[in-house]
Design a protein around this ligand. Structure first.
Ligand SMILES: [Zn+2]
Length: 186
């Protein structure tokens, strides 16, 4: 089973829907199997998995805390100056961006459809700028951050991209863990 499909089954919503519409019984995964699939992951990844896929919104605080901890080091190395309220907003906005649906233009690949691989720049999807998700406008991003849309700087954007990379890394750890625990069950 695809890790993403398995994770989607962890959500109560999906389980309820499956019952309501009489989805195929073989597809339903029990909660113990799900917990087993996530067992052994480090704390940050576990919190993210339960927040994103199990709908445990109370984990958000812990997710924010781990992201802030990791990104603080990055900010130090890059010598960026960011107020802590602003940083908190940037972290929230990055989480918001990460959970957006995949980009309809490139189906989440971040690459422009039908492009010939001659020039790397030409391959980036124009709609999502290579992020692979439905674009979040600077205006709505800044609303979450709590700054004016003209105050969003290149260093803010660099921090955002690093946060998205961090979360993407967690997701890849989660999928790897599930594949191992489930023994690549088809
Ligand atoms: Zn795209």
């Amino acid at each position: 089973m695809q890790p993403i499909k398995l994770l989607s089954k962890l959500t109560t919503k999906t389980l309820n829907l499956t019952g309501t519409f009489g989805g195929s019984g073989q597809d339903v995964i029990d909660w113990r199997t799900a917990a087993h699939a996530l067992a052994g992951l480090p704390q940050c990844q576990t919190n993210w998995a339960y927040f994103r896929y199990v709908g445990e919104e109370t984990r958000l605080n812990r997710v924010i805390r781990s992201l802030t901890m990791h990104i603080t080091l990055f900010i130090k190395i890059k010598r960026y100056k960011v107020k802590s309220e602003t940083l908190n907003g940037i972290v929230m906005a990055a989480v918001y961006e990460f959970v957006q649906p995949v980009c309809g233009e490139c189906d989440g690949s971040g690459l422009a459809p039908g492009q010939i691989a001659t020039n790397l720049d030409a391959l980036i999807c124009i709609k999502c700028h290579g992020r692979g998700r439905k674009p979040v406008s600077t205006r709505s991003r800044c609303k979450i951050i709590g700054i004016g849309h003209k105050s969003y700087t290149d260093s803010h954007d660099d921090i955002t991209k690093e946060l998205l990379r961090l979360i993407a890394g967690w997701e890849s750890d989660i999928f790897k863990n599930i594949r191992v625990k489930m023994g690549e069950v088809a």
